[in-house]
Design a protein around this ligand. Structure first.
Ligand SMILES: [Zn+2]
Length: 82
């Protein structure tokens, strides 16, 4: 369950859904038996606090999990920092 910001270097606690940004991600699940060849997936939710969501987004890396990455080019070059 969500307990804190998904950014490993941020320790802001998860308090309210309306604060920050919630991410829904398909994460691969390692198959427990060799008989199951198909890649299982499950939905997991991650949360970025308001501060992190302003400049970062989440990416899922196999073997690592959800990692916060800079949201470069996510928005146009309109306006100043904000
Ligand atoms: Zn944060």
């Amino acid at each position: 369950m969500l307990s804190k910001c998904a950014n490993a270097s941020c320790s802001n606690p998860f308090l309210y859904l309306h604060d920050g940004k919630l991410f829904r991600m398909d994460v691969p699940v390692e198959h427990s038996s060799p008989a199951e060849k198909k890649a299982a997936r499950r939905i997991e939710f991650f949360w970025l606090c308001n501060d992190c969501a302003a400049s970062m987004t989440l990416s899922y890396k196999v073997g690592v999990g959800a990692v916060a990455v800079p949201a470069n080019r996510a928005r146009g070059a309109a306006g100043t920092a904000g």
